[in-house]
Design a protein around this ligand. Sequence first.
Ligand code: AMP
Length: 417
Amino acid sequence: MRDLFGAELRWFQHIEETAHRVFRRHGYGEIRTPILEELDVFKRSVGESSDIVNKEMYQFTDKGGREVVMRPENTAGVVRAAIQHKLLASNDPALFYYIGPQFRYERMQSGRYRQFWQIGAESFGVATPESEAESLLMLHSFLTDLGLKSLVFSINSVGTPESRPAFHAAFRAFFADRSEQFCEDCHRRLQSNPLRVLDCKNENCQKALTGHPVLTDHLDEASARHHARLKVLLTELALPFEENPRLVRGLDYYTRTAFEVLSSDLGAQSALLGGGRYDGLIKQMGGPEVPGFGWAIGLDRLAMVLQQVQGEAPQQAPAMLIPLGERAATEALKLARRLWDAGAALQLETRGGALKKAMASANRNGIQTVLILGDGELDGGTITVKHMATGEQESWPLGEVAARLAAIRLGLRDLPS
Ligand code: AMP
C-alpha cells in the first residue's frame, strides 16, 4: 500500500475527471459503496473458486463478531447496494459508475499493489448486444480522451450456465488426454470451474492447451446470435476487435460476453482492463432477475501508462508570484487574489526573503513562469516576468497579467488546475 502525491496523483486526478465527464455524458450516475462489506457479498458473487476469494482477501472479524472483508473489487458492492436500495427494475436500465480503492493481499510484484484503485461502469437491466456496444463505446471515448491510441477489444463468449456443460464435457475429455501436463491448480480448477484452466498463467499449461475445444463452438443458439450481433456492432462502429478463445476473466459470474482491452501504447501489447456480462449475478446475490454488463480498469496501471507515454503531468500551478519587500507583499496578495478569481493557476511565495531562494524553489517545483513584483515594478505599474524554460525576461503592465497568463496557458495540455 502506498502514498499517492505529486505527478502520479495529478495523473489520477486527470483520469478521474475524464471519467466523470465521459460517463456522465452517457447517462451513468456515480455510486459509492463502503470499503467494508460482509464476507458473504464476495462469496456469493466473485465465487469461492476464484483466486481473489481463495487467497487474496483482507478478511477479519470485527468487534461485533461479523466476518467482514475490505472489498477486493467493486461490482459485488454495487450489486449489493442496488438490490438493497431497490434500484433495479427488470426492464429499466440502471447505469452506474464508481471510482475507488480496492484491496487484495497480492504477492509483491511491480505494478500490483495491496491497495489499488479501480474505475468501473455497470449497466443493469438490459441484456442486448447494443447495451454492450454502448458501454464499450463509452470506455473507448474514455481511453481515447486520455490520449491512448492503439486500442483493441479482445472478446469471447463464455456462454450461459445452461450451455456450458456441453463445453465442459468436451474440455474434460481434452484435459484427460494430457492431464499430466497441467499444474496442480489446474487439476483443482477442472473440478471447481473448468473455464479457469484456460486462464492459467503457467506456461506449460498454456502450451498443453494447444488445440483445446473452443467455447464459441459450444454456444447455445441465443448466445451464438448475441455474440455474432456484438461483432457486427463493433464492426459498424469501427471499434477494432479480435476474438480470443482463451479469454474467460478471473471471476465466476460472467455469462456470454467477456472482453479485455489491449493496448500497445507501452510497446508490447498488454491488457489494460477487462469486463463482461453477468446476467446471473444479481439473482445469485438475492436480487431480482436482472441482467448486467460491466468492466473495471486499474487506475494505478492506467496512470503509469499515461505517465510513460505522455511524460510527467505539468504542474497544477505553473506560475509563481514572488514579491520583494513588505509593500510588494501586500500588493502581491491583492494581485494574486484578482488572478485566482480570474481563474489563473498560480503559487504565491509568502516566505519573504531573498529572490535567489524563491527562484531556486520555483526551479525545484517545475514552475514555468515567475512573476516578480518589487518596489520598482510597483512604481512603474508593471511586473517582471521570467520564463524559466528559456531564461527570457520581459515586463508586463500590471493590468494585463491575468490576460497574458491565460494566453500562455493556452499552450498547455488541459490538466487539472
Ligand atoms: P480484475 O478485477 O482482476 O479483473 O482487475 C481489473 C483491473 O484492476 C485491471 O486493470 C488491473 O490492472 C487492476 N488490478 C487488479 N489487481 C490489482 C493490484 N493488485 N494492483 C494494481 N492494479 C490491480
